[in-house]
Design a protein around this ligand. Structure first.
Ligand code: SF4
Ligand code: SF4
Length: 498
């Protein structure tokens, strides 16, 4: 090699090194870390059992819900929980919500949000760890994966290994099982939107419309992707709740903590290890291996931690093996951890300003919702004045205005409502297809079948001398004589300007 060749080779090497350094620097500077697949290991313990019970309870509620019946009388759906899209109504046992009452759903959402904030203030991300549908379905999908592909080490080996017939078979089996579960989830969801027994038969015999199949495909598809493949990425990157939950906890909230003061300095240990001069953490990484979101809790509280407590189960099993006190990883408050480190007594303060605010908000929201619900009207009226023409002058000189009166009868029974024109002296009414009350031309009785809207063309006439000018305000009073419930609807009577 000549000197020139040597210099050229050195220069090429330098260029390659510079390129590699630049790539490494770019990787380090990148906002996005490489995704490392999480292979959660199975662990037994109280939190694992709690998670399993929560899964069963929540899935039972979800799948059994559409099959519960509730007698609402003839011509009414007997499904206890139903969202009736064609009739635009929602049913929840004895409660029936009309489209006009959609604000009740807003109220329920507000109520649930306050309960969630309250639970978070007390117990950290207990919702994320035990009750969120993403957590529940991911747990089920991981259980299926474990049953088919084996424990953590087997799954890691399988993924890193060559493509073999066995690998393809196992992956196909797993995806087929996931798809079956996803289909059931989609089906369970759809059953809330129609009569469950009929809908199931229609779906199975391919008689259902495009909407049920489309909904099953969308809901099931999302379940398959989110619980099967996205998993902890949903909690870390997609869920907004993970972002602001830190604002809802304080130093007294119970969260999953690592007792660094007791665990460090960590290190590998033998069964006969003397722990008097070292930390209790034996660096087995079991807490990390069981974590469904790939968190090492020893690095402190992290956004990805969903508070499931599985790492506490794992660590307790290790502590038992080394005859060390349990609770190196535990549900505890930050304040208690500091107290433990100082050797002081610990306590949980359930009542503190934050939780008291949530309790107050909860009580107020429940009171408002209950009052609104108990006093809610079962009668709604809508009056629309005819615009063209605004008025008509009759041959006897009186002025006539036309109105469309819609009476919404929210009771299940057929009802005859009394409709009267008030605050318009000498007014008379003509209702297309109906008579006024004998001897009272300003009052009529209008029948409306139960659970429906009655629409009536109403003509009101009045002599010019009884009017205030171009627009005389008056009102329609609609009353249910059976219940005494009444609605006053304001209207204007139009006439030529004087
Ligand atoms: S760190 Fe522990 S509590 Fe948090 S998600 Fe992982 S296993 Fe669950
Ligand atoms: S499971 Fe416990 S002992 Fe093992 S690494 Fe985690 S904290 Fe340390």
């Amino acid at each position: 090699m000549t000197a020139t060749d040597g210099v050229a080779a050195t220069s090429t090497r330098e260029k390659t090194t510079t390129k590699a350094n630049t790539a490494e620097a770019a990787r380090k500077a990148s906002l996005y870390g490489d995704h490392e697949k999480v292979y959660p290991r199975y662990v037994n313990g109280p939190f694992r059992r709690l998670k399993t019970i929560a899964n069963w309870v929540l899935l039972s509620i979800f799948f059994v819900g559409p099959w519960l019946r509730w007698d609402r009388g003839p011509n009414a759906p007997d499904q206890a929980i139903l969202i009736d899209m064609p009739d635009r109504k929602a049913y929840f046992f004895a409660i029936e919500i009309w489209p006009q009452e959609v604000y009740y759903l807003t109220g329920i959402l507000v109520l649930l949000s306050i309960i969630l904030f309250f639970a978070t203030a007390l117990l950290g991300r207990v919702w994320c760890g035990f009750a969120c549908f993403q957590t529940v379905f991911t747990d089920i999908f991981v259980t299926i994966e474990r049953a088919i592909e084996g424990e953590r080490a087997d799954r890691m080996r399988l993924d890193r290994g060559r493509l073999t017939v066995r690998k393809v078979g196992l992956k196909a089996m797993k995806n087929a099982a996931w798809l079956a579960v996803a289909f059931l989830v989609g089906l369970g969801f759809v059953l809330y939107f129609g009569n469950a027994p009929t809908l199931v038969m229609d779906i199975v015999t391919l008689q259902a419309g495009a909407a049920p199949y489309g909904t099953i495909a969308v809901v099931g598809g999302f379940c398959f992707l989110l619980a099967g493949y996205a998993r902890e990425q949903v909690c870390i990157y997609m869920c907004p709740y993970a972002r602001f939950q830190s604002a809802m906890v304080d130093d007294e909230s119970l969260i999953v903590t690592y007792e660094a003061w007791r665990g460090e300095p960590r290190g590998k240990a033998r069964k006969t290890e003397d722990f008097s001069q070292r930390g209790h953490c034996v660096d087995c990484t079991l807490c990390y291996q069981v974590c469904p979101t790939g968190v090492d809790i020893r690095k402190g509280t992290q956004l990805a931690c969903i508070g499931c407590g599985l790492c506490a189960d794992a660590c307790d099993s290790i502590m038992d093996r080394f005859n060390l006190p349990r609770g190196l990883v535990r549900f505890d408050s930050v304040k208690n951890q500091a107290r433990r480190a100082r050797g002081e007594d610990v306590s949980i303060r359930w009542l503190r300003p934050r939780t008291l605010i949530y309790i107050t908000a909860l009580v107020v929201a429940i009171a408002v919702m209950t009052t609104a619900f108990v006093t809610r009207s079962r009668l709604e009226v809508n009056v629309l004045a005819e615009r063209s023409p605004l008025y008509v002058q009759l041959s006897d000189g009186s002025i006539r205005n036309g109105y469309t009166v819609k009476i919404l009868n929210m009771e299940r029974t057929d009802t005859t409502f009394t409709v009267a024109v008030e605050d318009l002296p000498q007014a008379t009414m003509d209702i297309v297809g109906h008579e006024t009350v004998p001897g009272d031309a300003a009052t009529a009785r209008l029948p409306v079948t139960g659970d429906s809207v009655g629409t009536f063309r109403v003509y009101v006439s009045a002599p010019p001398e009884a009017l205030d000018g171009a627009a005389t305000p008056f009102r329609f009073r609609i009353e249910n004589p059976a219940t005494g419930e009444a609605v006053n609807q304001s209207a204007n009577f139009n006439a030529p300007a004087r």
